[in-house]
Design a protein around this ligand. Sequence first.
Ligand SMILES: [Zn+2]
Length: 101
Amino acid sequence: MREDKPLRFVVTHPDYGTAEVTALDKAAATVEAARLWGAVWREIACECTVSRGQRVLEHYCRRCGRRIRAQGLCPECRAVEELARRMAGSIPTRDRRAGMR
Ligand SMILES: [Zn+2]
């Protein structure tokens, strides 16, 4: 896994304020913030707002492995997948999904 590196998160709670923590993911960030605040995580978790910190993150395209700036696919692979999806959608079989037009 390339995503298991600790990241900076900003956790905000209406009563406790804002904490900047290092964690592996958003859930872990709320745990860390609760510890900082001396609060019970279970009681504050649902009221927490978590946003990513400032650090530039490294992401890799899950199709070609190229380094990209956001999670998921690089622009090229996204275009390819989009095209593939469209072609699959245009295969003349009955489409039972609602709201496809
Ligand atoms: Zn790619």
